[in-house]
Design a protein around this ligand. Sequence first.
Ligand SMILES: Cc1cc2nc3c(=O)[nH]c(=O)nc-3n(C[C@H](O)[C@H](O)[C@H](O)COP(=O)(O)OP(=O)(O)OC[C@H]3O[C@@H](n4cnc5c(N)ncnc54)[C@H](O)[C@@H]3O)c2cc1C
Length: 461
Amino acid sequence: MSPQLVWFRNDLRLADQAALCAAAAAGPVLALFVLDDETPGAWRMGAAQRWWLHHSLADLGGRIAAAGGRLILRRGRAGPIVRALAAEQAADVHAIVHHEPWAAVQEREAGPLRLHHGATLAPPSGVLSGSGGRYRIFTPWWRKLQEQLPPPRPLPVPVVRWADAAAIASDDLASWGLRPTTPDWSGGFGEWRPGEAGAAARLADFAAQAAGYEGQRNLPALAGTARLSPHLALGEVSPATAWHAIADAVGADTAEPWLRQLGWRDFSANIIDQFPDHGDAPNRPAFAAFAFRDDPAGFAAWCQGRTGYPIVDAGMRQLWATGWMHNRVRMITASFLVKHQLIDWRLGERWFWDTLLDADYGNNAQGWQWVMGSGVDSSPFNRIFAPVGQSAKFAAADYIRRWVPELASLPDALIHSPWEAGVRRGRAYPPPIIGHEAARARALAAFAQIKAGGDAAGTTG
Ligand SMILES: Cc1cc2nc3c(=O)[nH]c(=O)nc-3n(C[C@H](O)[C@H](O)[C@H](O)COP(=O)(O)OP(=O)(O)OC[C@H]3O[C@@H](n4cnc5c(N)ncnc54)[C@H](O)[C@@H]3O)c2cc1C
């Protein structure tokens, strides 16, 4: 029997791993991971996620070693590396399909592959309208996807006969330098447990509280969401596994609000499958002419959490410290950057890409284009979040106390807008970088300039 090469990508798991199952059924298995910083170009993995990748590969490699195999590590352009190893070992290659634009290039360059489904709930290209077209708007797409749900039950970890890989060259994981050293800014990542077992534990914890998701998911002061996104981003748990775990725990009806969020992840894959440059180009062409401001100091203040808006600063500091930010606060901080500061959404998107442990090309681009109003399915530009109103509405006082300790002694009534009562005087906290009403007027004026361009507010999906 010829050896079967499993090319692990952002699907670093043994359970519900269709490529591994197919390979195991066909012959002795070799396992490969390639750190490819070339094919993705500017979208190579960001700094925070590299920290996660290190631990995730250590976990996967350890599991494979414990079962008698060896995870081969190589660095470089993935396609040619996969192709050469397959030729050298006369192996068939199995992999799971991914939807980032560079993933398709890797697949083309890798030579003959046996591709399997498993990165999304359903293959994006199979969710089609009655006339055979692709969807661009979430709600009709979600309705259509339901016809293919629930996804098949997850596949168990297969019994694998590992091929002898002792003589095959492999890099040493530590030599990749994926973890930060000088300085080591990963100290706040301690709450995370990368790897398949960590993902399963996180999913089990969330299953016990999933019934309260709908009531809590918008409240950043609570740990009311799954915080599963870094595990999903590197595929330590499959979306189908997550789906069934939560639906089984609380029943499909109660689970629906959470399953729908998981659906947004599939929707992002559906969008980048149709618009590979979604991370770089606005879907609505009129936005290409949007007059963003060049404001390096303002951008630095946003990155560092020093805009003078407590909810914005709390979010940006949570992101820097922990590699994750609550979804409600992602929307508020992103909106602040593009609408209050009129700074190009792509700068914020890149900052998120580099600092998020859950960085996901589709979800990130979709989130930013949604906030900007430039996506095929997005919030209209002229709906401008009021950061103070959002902060109070979503009861963020304790969240602010945690991440902006300069304000910790303020009562709830003052903490969202400390300048209003003059309490800022003498404190180390900066004044607001711009007033809300002035920012709003400026943003609407900038929008009016491109509205004449035609499709700025129209529906294209
Ligand atoms: C500007 C912006 C940028 C974002 N960038 C990313 C990113 O790089 N990576 C990323 O995974 N998510 C991103 N999101 C979406 C969302 O904020 C995170 O998926 C969510 O906060 C993850 O936390 P959780 O696992 O507790 O989510 P839960 O609320 O528990 O949801 C469960 C899962 O559903 C998926 N999901 C939830 N909300 C969304 C959404 N709006 N879009 C797509 N999938 C969703 C995620 O995989 C998540 O893990 C972004 C949102 C915005 C507004």
